[in-house]
Design a protein around this ligand. Sequence first.
Ligand code: B12
Ligand code: SF4
Length: 518
Amino acid sequence: METLVVLTTFNSRYIHASFGLRYLYANLAELKPRTRLLEFTLQQNPMEVAEKIVALNPRIVGIGVYIWNAVQSRELVSILKRIAPEIKIVLGGPEVSYETEIQTICQQADYVIQGESDFLFRELCQKILAGEQAPLKIIKGPLPDLNQLVLPYSEYTDEDLKHRVLYVEASRGCPYKCEYCLSSLDEKVRNFELSRFLKEMDALITRGARQFKFVDRTFNLSPAISTGILQFFLERMHLGLFLHFEMVPDRLPDGLKALIEKFPFGSLQFEIGVQTWSVETAARVSRRQNYTKIEENFKYLRSQTGVHLHADLIAGLPGEPLESFAKGFDALARLVPHEIQVGILKRLRGTPIVRHDAEWAMVYDENPPYRVLRTKVMSFEELQSIARFSKYLDLIANSGNFKNAFKLISEWAWKQHSRQSFFWGFYELTEFMAVRHAQSFGIALPALVESVFRFLVDRAGIAAVEASEALLQDYAFGAVRRDPPKFLLEASGGSLVSGLVTSQSVSVLPARQARHLN
Ligand code: B12
Ligand code: SF4
């Protein structure tokens, strides 16, 4: 059958399926059989992508534009418009939902639909195919009634179920107003009818799905809904499920706690956006949170539950200097989440964070992802150091590959470093790494291991035997599992080699989480 419509996007990587496009596809009604959903990744060349699209000879191409694919999407549109100007190009997605007037890609496209387009895309396609001219190029319609939507879960193929992250959502919108976040512009929170949603989850589980990533902005907003969802999954936990939720950190009603405690070790992951530990900074960017409650909840989750805790912080917020960020990092590190992810502030299109530009001399990169380059109180060099800090934290701490070596680094930083600070100890490690490695990505593992070893011995003053034994254990228990380098065996004096055992961690968990919970 002739293809009338192509829906396409560049996902960040193959494992990330496009949930948004699946909604559009599922709601195309009579156009669905004549539509093709084509997903690409950032590694693919827009020229080849254009070739694949044009080969289908469609009348309409819908492209999902996000911050991670803004450059590739712009190139794709430009190529398509030159080789097949008769194809109508419709853009949508968060990156083109605001500031359309200054974006080249929007000028080149035929139509741009702003915001949730589950129904609007179909309506526009129907008009175009009927030969009608839509009155406006930039289209903004009402928010769809979530309970009228065809849910997209059956659009996940068996291949998706096996190899990709399964995104699901029980609600849309966020009631909070954090100025750096696009969701702060949402008008209100809307929920999908719970029983309908859970029926879809049941069908996915029956088809073999075991890992679910909820994209709800704040999963723990409504106790009735979050407990309903947890109860449903708890009853099916014997199947070995893994669930990821985004949470606000200061809201854990007792009913929710009681349920969370019942989940097996490592089967839940909470992504907890703390973002800043500075009360003034939080107030400045309109992030409302109760720090006493945050501490209480972290301590509770860490000691009474088996939840894998991933906490986020943002560096470079208006008015927050490095010293304050470091203090906040340490305060969070003392609560020992399994992972701390440090992000650098980005100026997302449409977000109200721009109101601080003049007062705090905010300078942002003009290219996606529009990272802050300098503020009145944080220099470019400091922000670059934090970016490296974040990379090495991922490689050495969050990866779980250096569990034993990381323990030594962390003990040294808290106790022996001149500032008795995890942040400043790890900062020193980062600077040490920057001298040894030209860049923080693509470092071969043996080279990284050697640098960690040298740091432990030369800077942290740890005995070579102790440092090498820790790293040898990491070889056996981490993802590394290769023959350890000769220098480590020599430094350990061969004492530990015979005792090495490989880890057989809880197999249903994603590898990284399993390593943290070993
Ligand atoms: C999954 C996800 C990712 C995945 C990538 C997924 C993929 N496919 O590759 C990962 C984890 C890699 C990721 C990374 C980042 N992300 Co992200 N991510 C999300 C998340 C949580 C879910 C997206 C989703 O599925 N939503 C549900 C669907 C239904 O909504 P939707 O995608 O918006 O689709 C609707 C509309 O946009 C529109 N639409 C979508 N496509 C199309 C196509 C057409 C033709 C039309 C007409 C309409 C249309 O209709 C859809 C249905 O209503 C959102 C937050 C959220 N809850 O939405 C953030 C979000 C998309 N991410 C965001 C950001 C900022 C980032 C990061 C920069 C974060 C960071 N700190 O580093 C990085 C990017 C890194 C980089 N390389 O530059 C911002 C988007 C900003 C932007 N302008 O694009 C969001 C909105 C978060 C936020 N609240 O600020 N992210
Ligand atoms: S950061 Fe989280 S809580 Fe704040 S507006 Fe965004 S989604 Fe909502």
